[in-house]
Design a protein around this ligand. Structure first.
Ligand code: FAD
Length: 148
């Protein structure tokens, strides 16, 4: 059954440029490789404090991926925001699209009824999905087409 899962977690990659970028690249390399194999698509939004991830795919594949993700020490406090069956994918072009949320994303956040700083603890699953879909219309990296 096609399923969508949304969670947030605390980013432990640190806020210094080199370490964070190397860590993110390793995560994205593994995610793109494994998600293609497992038929998973989605989006990973992050800032220096938080990750928010949306995973779409068959329920068993999502569960297996989530077990690996939850054991990963590059983040902590994985917190479920939503899990439900879906009719169709919304991130079908991305094995895992990536978007950095910066301080200058205020206008984007305001469009979705969010404050100036990203705080997933205050966000509904609906707001999170709408924000990610908005980003997917222009600012996500690593489209499946690009990676090919
Ligand atoms: P490998 O290919 O052996 O590992 C992949 C790379 O990650 C290597 O560079 C390895 O050194 C490094 N690595 C693996 N585990 C750790 C660790 N615990 N600490 C530090 N470095 C490590 N995986 C997916 O398959 N799909 C996803 O969508 C996905 N999203 C993620 C989102 C977040 C926020 C995080 C933190 C991780 C995510 N991962 C995802 C990675 C996942 O946690 C596993 O690391 C990965 O699935 C392992 O892949 P692999 O078995 O191919 O291992």
């Amino acid at each position: 059954m096609l399923t969508r899962l949304i969670y947030h977690s605390e980013n432990h990659l640190g806020s210094t440029g080199g370490k964070m970028i190397a860590g993110l690249n390793a995560i994205m390399d593994a995610a793109n490789r494994n998600n293609q194999r497992d038929g998973i698509t989605g989006a990973l939004l992050f800032d220096t404090l938080w990750f928010i991830q949306i995973l779409e795919g068959e329920r068993e594949a999502i569960s297996a991926t989530l077990r690996r993700i939850m054991a990963d020490e590059r983040h902590d406090a994985v917190t479920m925001m939503d899990a439900r069956p879906i009719e169709a994918r919304q991130f079908g072009n991305w094995w895992m699209g990536l978007a950095m949320l910066r301080g200058d994303s205020e206008a984007l956040f305001a469009r979705h009824g969010l404050g100036p700083r990203l705080d997933p603890r205050q966000m509904s699953a609906e707001q999170t999905l709408a924000l990610a879909v908005d980003l997917a219309s222009g600012n996500l990296n690593r489209r499946i087409d690009d990676a090919a």
